[in-house]
Design a protein around this ligand. Structure first.
Ligand SMILES: Nc1ncnc2c1ncn2[C@@H]1O[C@H](COP(=O)(O)OP(=O)(O)OP(=O)(O)O)[C@@H](O)[C@H]1O
Length: 497
């Protein structure tokens, strides 16, 4: 009753439902979602402005009645199911109705998610395919991320609890990382007063505790650390950190330490050995390096398997060249840092971990010569000293069907049971995968970074690694002298599959 009353009385939510002409398949195009000049966060080329509206019956059938056997996860906003809609595998997030959440707030979040993701498509944001209202439930329908969340995967990597705020980073079948809960998280950051970051209202009381804000300081933006602000920016920031790590970009040290120790590292690391809490920096770096290596292994494994089992083109993109060269160079830098114990006597456990991780780095360094034909770049090169990224020559590891901003999903069923989305997909520039402009200042977070953290173009620090990425991680069409170097057999994959 509460649900139905809320739906009936909430005109905003009702306005999401378009006029119904075809009850079976109802394309939802709302002109108010069209791209506007101020929507600069994502590029117009990724904008499609259309999502599908599904009936409750269709979603119910596609999830086999929201069967527990199809549930793939559960977050603060509800359970997520693997579903089949029009012969397309989707992820259906059914928003909770458990009384813990203020239903009015939830509906607003629902609306926000639909509005925002109807406007935008981005290679690193999970595509919203549609939504459903009715039957007393509200569902958001996304493209299905076969490899689920990075957090899930990391549990398998480390077999220990970790504190990264990365549950909203999902991995597609190519292991390309994408942000989810874009609009939902955005709304959580706002109170009923509309002031960003106001966590005192009843709205955020209920949603705030469900929002995923776990994490070490290293992975959270300054603004969250200082003010407790939640929201998309936190995810984007953490995503940026993880992405840098996964790319083997030593700028991760900048990001990792910015929130803890201020901006001092921004200049220090681009010119010399970082000062301050090097233990935290190195631990962060090495941990993420492990993640990167595992992801790289899996990509290599998948690519090789696909290549050897089929004479046709591989179904997964060829992995980027190894980044072990940068690891080795970093390792050398670390070995020249001097004693750490004197500076950080209380970090004994960290130092112990550091020791083992340093040895990992050495191993990586030793293997780098056989794995990578690239000359090792100087690990502390500033991004600005590197050549600009050329979109035509760079093909990063996220250059996949989905991650290219391949968002023109046509959900019409095909006779062979597959979606037609694999045909005629648009080509999208790749630069913006690595250049996140600042968020609108109304967010209150990450709006251009700090005074010394931003680049000259106003991009927050750490969100413009294009040059570094090109240097560190040239893709298969990159400028490397050896476009397809001989690689050792992939190391054992023991956690993903
Ligand atoms: N598009 C998707 N494809 C495949 N699995 C998904 C998808 N979205 C979510 N999941 C799975 O469902 C789980 C829960 O995701 P969800 O976004 O609901 O919550 P969360 O991000 O873990 O937490 P919170 O809602 O508090 O941010 C994820 O960890 C992931 O395993």
């Amino acid at each position: 009753t509460k649900v139905n009353d809320s739906i009936n009385t909430n005109k905003q939510a009702q306005s999401l439902t378009p006029p119904v002409e075809d009850p079976k398949l109802r394309p939802c195009w709302n002109p108010k979602y069209s791209q506007t000049a101020e929507n600069v966060f994502l590029t117009p080329s990724h904008s499609v402005g259309a999502v599908m509206c599904w009936s409750y019956e269709e979603v119910h059938a596609g999830t086999e009645g929201f069967s527990a056997s199809l549930q793939v996860g559960e977050g603060g906003f509800g359970a997520v199911y693997r579903a089949s809609l029009s012969n397309t595998v989707c992820a259906v997030k059914r928003l909770k109705q458990d009384g813990e959440l203020d239903w009015t707030v939830l509906m607003k979040s629902f609306q926000t998610e639909v509005e925002k993701l109807s406007k935008f498509r981005h290679p690193n944001i999970v595509d919203l395919l549609g939504f459903s209202e009715g039957g007393g439930s509200m569902c958001l329908i996304y493209s299905y991320m076969e490899n689920q969340s990075l957090e899930d995967r990391l549990h398998n990597v480390t077999q220990t609890h970790h504190n990264l705020h990365i549950s909203n980073i999902l991995l597609d079948r190519h292991l390309a990382a994408k942000l989810s809960d874009f609009g939902l998280a955005q709304f959580v950051s706002r109170s009923s007063s509309g002031r960003p970051g106001d966590q005192t209202g009843a709205q955020t009381k209920s949603l705030g505790k469900t929002a995923t804000v776990r994490g070490t300081l290293a992975y959270l933006p300054d603004e969250y650390v200082r003010n407790g602000q939640l929201g998309t920016a936190v995810d984007v920031y953490s995503f940026g950190v993880v992405r840098h790590c996964m790319m083997g970009n030593v700028d991760v040290l900048l990001l990792a330490d910015r929130s803890v120790h201020g901006d001092q590292y921004l200049s220090v690391t681009s010119s010399g050995v970082p000062q301050g809490s090097i233990v935290d920096s190195v631990l962060t770096w090495m941990f993420c390096l492990q993640v990167f290596h595992r992801l790289e292994d899996v990509q290599t494994f998948m690519w090789r398997t696909s290549s050897s089992s089929s004479s046709s083109a591989p179904s997964v993109p060829r992995p980027p060249l190894s980044l072990d060269s940068s690891v080795g160079a970093l390792s050398q830098q670390l070995s020249s840092l001097g004693p750490l114990e004197d500076s950080y006597p209380s970090s004994l456990s960290s130092l112990s971990s550091l020791s083992s991780l340093s040895s990992l780095s050495s191993q990586s360094s030793q293997s780098s010569s056989s794995l990578c034909s690239l000359p090792p770049p100087h690990p502390l090169h500033s991004s600005s000293s590197l050549p600009p990224l050329s979109s035509s020559s760079f093909l990063g590891p996220c250059e996949t069907d989905e991650s290219r901003g391949f968002s023109q999903y046509h959900l019409s069923p095909q006779s062979n049971g597959t979606s037609s989305r694999d045909q005629n997909h648009p080509s999208v520039p790749t630069e913006d995968q690595y250049n996140f402009p600042p968020q609108p200042s109304t967010d209150g977070v990450l709006s251009g970074g700090t005074s010394s953290g931003g680049t000259s173009s106003g991009t927050p620090a750490g969100f413009s690694p294009a040059g570094s990425l090109q240097s560190m991680c040239p893709g298969p069409s990159g400028t490397s002298a050896d476009p397809e170097p001989a690689r050792d057999p992939p190391r054992p994959v023991f956690f993903f599959i």
